[in-house]
Design a protein. Structure first.
Lengths: 111, 189
């Protein structure tokens, strides 16, 4: 089994192309990862974070995906307290990707 | 015939004697060409460029500067950073391997790949940002595609017009920014 690449590098490869190296995204086009704190605070939000297609279909194993999510929440979104994602939870949730991500958003879109 | 009419007749007959129709056409043609070339003057083009972006502007990746032995010719498709590019090289279009030509905007969204630097044998993460706001550059087309993925795997695909995230969706050329070290090439393979 190959060693894991550093999580920062995995973020660069799999996330930063659209969300940017600081997770800022692009207003009205790519979501801002720094604003995820309210999302991870609810169960529906946690599930959304894993089931949204860009996450669920990322070409990485579920352990790596859990590590990426925890990195984004802790380092980029600055969420101080949250239940860290584990591989089993990610594996289960990503098997049911959202077919209508916009309709499933647990928090309203900002105008 | 009034004095006014006689005077005007002398004027027009004199003009007809002194000038030919060919002369008139050539002068009119020069006027047309001159008017058409006004927008090509540097002053006119500079005024047409977009003003500097405000501080809230979308960020583009911060390139890594200290890449060892980062030599080579960025105007060549064979340049190591171009291992996964598909487009026109900005170094041939008035920009460089890391900077967009004047008058274009670097796309804030892009696709990411890895390339091996022959100088140290190590892999680097490369951000292929498109430069947007002008039509096709048309010079130094380069299509190498190492690690390129189908478009349904959009953020690892170089067939997408990444200017979709810029103010103008007109694609001009592509840069290749080194944004970090890669532990290994194409880790998902």
């Amino acid at each position: 089994m190959r060693a894991e690449i550093p999580v920062r590098e995995a973020f660069q490869l799999h996330c930063s192309g659209c969300h940017g190296s600081d997770g800022r995204g692009r207003a009205g086009f790519v979501p801002d990862l720094r604003a995820l704190a309210p999302l991870v605070a609810t169960q529906g939000g946690r599930e959304y974070l894993v089931r949204v297609p860009g996450v669920a279909q990322a070409p990485v194993g579920s352990a790596s995906l859990a590590r990426l999510l925890n990195y984004v929440l802790a380092e980029l979104a600055g969420v101080e307290e949250f239940e860290a994602f584990r591989a089993e939870e990610v594996e289960r949730l990503r098997r049911a990707p959202l077919l209508d991500p916009v309709g499933a958003r647990p928090i309203p879109r900002r105008p | 015939m009034s004095g006014f009419d006689e005077g005007f007749e002398r004027l027009t007959r004199g003009l007809a004697r002194r000038t030919s129709r060919r002369s008139l056409l050539s002068r009119f043609g020069a006027l047309l060409v001159g008017a058409a070339s006004v927008p090509l003057l540097p002053v006119a083009r500079a005024s047409g460029e977009t003003p500097p972006a405000p501080s809230d502007a979308p960020r583009v990746p911060a390139p890594v500067e200290d890449v060892p032995g980062d030599a080579g010719d960025p105007t060549k498709c064979e340049y190591w950073r171009h291992c996964a590019i598909d487009g026109f090289l900005c170094a041939c279009c008035g920009g460089s391997a890391t900077a967009c030509p004047p008058g274009t905007e670097m796309s804030p969204v892009t696709w990411i790949g890895t390339c091996q630097n022959p100088a140290d044998g190590k892999d680097y993460v490369i951000s292929y940002n498109d430069c947007c706001g002008k039509g096709f550059c048309g010079r130094c087309g380069c299509n190498r595609n190492e690690g390129d993925r189908p478009e349904y795997h959009w953020y690892r695909s170089n067939d997408i017009n990444w200017c979709a995230g810029a103010k103008s969706q007109a694609y001009h050329c592509s840069v290749a920014l080194v944004v970090g070290r890669a532990t290994e090439a194409q880790p998902e393979q």
